[in-house]
Design a protein around this ligand. Structure first.
Ligand code: ACO
Length: 328
């Protein structure tokens, strides 16, 4: 088994207080609680208020992780934010977070890998630690997806939610840390899950508002199939690279998009569902924040304890997908 270079130290998360149930959608969309629960496993999601910005949610999650480690924002050498729903398009979300966190010494930048962003950001942080660029890297995954979701489109509106999670990456102590990781992407499939308008190809104009191309568009069935196949393969890769078998994994934390995708991934990975962390019922799909929130909950509820081996796996727009095995 590989000796880890970097470890995840402390965790935090924040989810908005406003809970939105499935029944609320059926008041303005042709949908039902039953359809949403049966097809996705989602019962409710959190919706951020205008005051709960991406930066504010990220700050709350980060401060929790910092408190746990005894570090202050001034101890941070780098701050990496994984998000696809930043408060503004320029500068990076990480710079806005740096400002309100007071992380004056840190280099701040974003990683955009949609729902896979947290795992990509952790791998970047591991690299910063390995190259001795940084001693303490704050990794925050924060999303305000409800602002880029088309509330008139029942095929996407019911799926997404808001929230943030955080951890600190530092040099490994006592054999703890990242045992393996696997990052993949396939840009030829981008248009199965994307936001067509609002960028340099289609800058904001009246047409953009009319055709609603500013919002997330998704070919759900195709994404579903690709998510299962990709996450299954990523689990195999991470296990192989760590020199472990599925039986040696104590907890699987998959991206929380759909309970049926989670079940199919776990089945392929040969991890029984009682070793799989699930909170998609309470938060829906929070994209990059999904694995980060689940990780923090798993720690706080005692599902993830020191000495355990945890595997993360995620899939998202790009397409991007990734996995990671961590000695906790
Ligand atoms: N309520 C009621 N009916 C609906 C709804 C809804 N909210 N949404 C779709 N339907 C209808 C469809 O219109 C379709 O009707 P039709 O048969 O008359 O055409 C029918 O339900 C079945 O639609 P499907 O798309 O085949 O339903 P499916 O079982 O595939 O479930 C879902 C759809 C939940 C979107 C699923 O495909 C899925 O989870 N896809 C993957 C999403 C995902 O993992 N995304 C990850 C990345 S997200 C990111 O990166 C930001």
């Amino acid at each position: 088994m590989k000796r880890p270079i970097a470890e995840l130290w402390g965790s935090g998360s924040y989810t908005p207080t406003r809970v939105m149930t499935n029944d609320e959608f059926s008041k303005f969309l042709e949908t039902s609680d039953q359809w949403i629960r049966e097809r996705t496993g989602i019962r409710e999601r959190r919706v951020a208020s205008p005051q709960e910005t991406n930066a504010c949610m990220g700050k709350a999650a980060a401060e929790q992780a910092l408190r746990e480690t005894g570090l202050t924002a001034l101890d941070l050498d780098a701050l990496v934010v994984a998000t696809c729903s930043p408060d503004r398009l320029l500068p990076a979300q990480a710079c806005d977070l740096q400002a309100i966190l007071g992380a004056k010494r840190a280099a701040a930048f974003d990683v955009q890998a949609a729902c896979t962003g947290f795992l990509y950001a952790l791998t970047v942080a591991e690299g910063l630690v390995a190259s001795e660029q940084a001693q303490h890297v704050l990794v925050v995954a924060s999303e305000k997806l409800t602002t880029i979701t088309d509330w008139q489109d029942r095929t996407t509106a019911v799926l997404f939610g808001d929230g943030a999670g955080a951890t600190i990456v530092r040099r490994s102590t006592n054999g703890r840390g990242i045992l393996s990781s696997c990052l993949k992407s396939d840009g030829t499939l981008a248009e199965l899950l994307y936001r067509p308008g609002g960028g340099a190809v289609h800058p904001p104009d009246e047409q953009l508002l009319k055709d609603r191309s500013y919002y997330i568009k998704m070919a759900g069935r195709e994404v579903f199939k690709a998510a299962v196949l990709s996450m299954a393969d990523a689990c195999d890769q991470a296990l192989q690279r760590a020199g472990l078998t599925a039986a040696e994994i104590d907890l699987l934390i998959p991206h929380q998009a759909n309970i049926r995708i989670i079940e199919a991934t776990a089945k392929h990975a040969r991890v029984p569902m009682d070793k799989v962390y699930v909170n998609v019922d309470r938060y829906g799909n929070t994209s990059a924040a999904s694995v980060a929130i689940a990780l923090d909950e798993a720690v706080r509820t005692g599902r993830l304890e020191p000495g355990m081996k945890v595997m993360f796996v995620a899939f998202g727009a790009g397409f991007t997908w990734a996995s990671m095995v961590v000695q906790w």
